[in-house]
Design a protein around this ligand. Structure first.
Ligand code: ADP
Ligand code: MG
Length: 380
């Protein structure tokens, strides 16, 4: 067991890392963050911010010299970096699990190989792969295998010709072609797994996206309880098959009443932010606990919750980039009962950039949803 005042390492300095730093601090640990961005949200509150590339061996050596263990908040950390660090100190999640989650081809192949529910897809590495793809995949979505997020690196394609054009636009980078599924709704499960195999899943949340970016999470999901349970069970099987240690997010589609895994995130997940305010332990507490070999905390949700993301356009009058730049009037949100505002301290707001979120909690889930939607309308 790693106990305070030990120092922990965090690869990545975004908002997920920032909440990890806060959780670790609360528990008495110190945290060093590695992120090349000198203004990274986590770096600003870390005990030490190493401003360096993820492959910078001098920085990695500093981390291993100072830290008792390392985790990540950023799935695109090079697997080589995780492997290198693991020669010296515990690294959770491990390189092998991160490698599966950071590449859509590896991810879908993992699901298929393990009999886990997934949608029809084809790996696309060449023009020939598109020519050979099943006609049943159209209309579809072409997604770059690596580095896509928030709907970036994706194109909806109605036909083989459109898929080819999109593939060329993506500079023939490796892609997956997925069938476009009719979505009843989307759910996600965030869970934690410890090295001893202990598993704690938070209740499934229901996710609504806008322009490919998560907009609202309703937790627990309003959907039929049986599918929410099934989602938890499938997410648990994924964690076990990956020998996963840490906090894992699994996104699902429900299409024509059937549960399908969309993608996995080897880190806390945006749809788990409400665990900060509505659960006995947050997804970040669990990440600290799993990393340090502590018993996992209780995942029980004590209040109904609705989380709303706050994107950069909110900083522009009228909600678009031509509008005047100004700070939103936060007093509007602070007046809402049961609302907690979280701002990430990012340097500059850009449209589409995740700048913060708020969570409304309460006893009555319908009233919580209504208050959250009213609060969102009021802030713009
Ligand atoms: P990201 O890494 O950007 O989150 P996702 O693969 O999760 O990428 O896609 C973002 C969103 O786009 C999904 O949450 C869903 O709303 C929609 N989407 C993606 N793939 C499909 C699909 N095959 N069928 C229907 N909708 C999809
Ligand atoms: Mg997604």
């Amino acid at each position: 067991m790693i106990l305070p005042p030990a120092t922990l390492g965090m690869l990545g300095g975004g908002q997920l890392g920032r909440f990890f730093v806060a959780a670790a601090h609360e528990m008495g640990y110190q945290v060093w963050v590695l992120d090349p961005d000198p203004h990274s949200p986590a770096g600003r509150i870390a005990d030490r911010h190493l401003v360096a590339a993820y492959e910078d061996h001098a920085a990695l050596d500093q981390l291993t010299a100072e830290c008792a263990a390392v985790s990540t908040e950023f799935e695109n950390v090079p697997a080589g970096t995780l492997d290198y660090l693991a020669k010296f100190i515990p690294v959770h999640p491990a390189a092998a699990a991160v490698a599966v989650c950071q590449n859509r081809i590896a991810e879908k192949t993992f699901l298929a190989d393990n009999g886990l529910p997934h949608g029809p897809f084809a790996a696309i590495r060449s023009d020939e792969d598109i020519a050979a793809a099943s006609a049943g995949l159209f209309p579809g979505v072409l997604k770059v295998a690596r580095f896509g997020y928030d709907g970036k690196g994706q194109a909806r394609v109605a036909s083989r010709e459109e898929a080819l054009a999109a593939f060329h636009q993506f500079r023939r980078e490796a892609c997956v072609l997925e069938k476009l599924l009719p979505l009843d709704y989307e759910v996600s499960v965030v869970l934690a797994r410890s090295e001893s195999g202990e598993l704690r899943a938070f209740p499934s949340g229901e996710n609504q996206h806008r322009n490919g970016i998560l907009d609202v999470t309703i937790a627990p999901a309003r959907a039929g309880a049986c599918l929410a349970d099934e989602a938890q069970e499938v997410a648990g099987r994924i964690a076990e098959k990956l020998s996963y240690v840490g906090t894992l997010g699994v996104e699902f589609f429900v299409s024509r009443g059937e549960l399908v895994v969309n993608e996995m995130a080897p880190r806390p997940h945006n749809s788990g932010h409400h665990t900060l305010d509505a659960c006995m332990s947050s997804q970040y507490d669990q990440q600290v606990r799993a990393l340090c070999g502590l018993p996992l905390g209780e995942a029980r949700q004590h209040s109904a919750a609705v989380m709303v993301n706050l994107l950069g356009e909110l900083w522009y009058e009228g909600g678009h980039a031509e509008g005047r730049y100004r700070e939103p009037d936060w007093s509007v949100l602070h007046a809402v009962p049961g609302l907690r505002l979280h701002l990430y301290g990012k340097h500059h707001a850009r449209p589409g950039r995740k700048m913060g979120h708020f969570t409304v909690v309460g006893d009555d889930s319908a009233a919580v949803l209504e208050r959250a939607m009213a609060a969102r309308a009021a802030i713009g």
